[in-house]
Write a protein that binds this ligand. Structure first.
Ligand code: ZN
Ligand code: ZN
Length: 99
């Protein structure tokens, strides 16, 4: 029970901090993105169309349009064993196999 209460407080503090940061971003007069300096020429990946960050996983389909994905965006927590296909390619393969 104590642990539960403690976690609730942590979550509330994090939410309060996020709200403060959002307010700071609104107040930012330059209108620039503060958290991630993104090079406009940097290639983007993944379903989310963002630059690479953290751990990335490659789709094993050679024809994959995107090829690289963020772990978080595809629901991975660690490097998958063996072959891995993104949901687009997995759907294509399943369709082909089904007919
Ligand atoms: Zn992503
Ligand atoms: Zn793919």
């Amino acid at each position: 029970m104590k642990l539960y209460i403690c976690r609730t407080r942590l979550a509330t503090a994090a939410a309060a901090q996020a709200a403060t940061e959002a307010a700071a971003a609104v107040a930012n007069p330059t209108g620039m993105e503060l958290d991630l300096p993104v090079d406009p020429n940097e290639p983007t990946y993944c379903f989310c169309n963002q630059v690479s960050y953290g751990e990335m996983v490659a789709c094993d389909n050679a024809d994959c349009k995107i090829e690289w994905f963020h772990f978080g965006c595809v629901g991975l927590k660690e490097q998958p064993k063996g072959k891995w296909y993104c949901s687009d390619c997995a759907a294509l393969k399943n369709r082909r196999k089904g007919r």
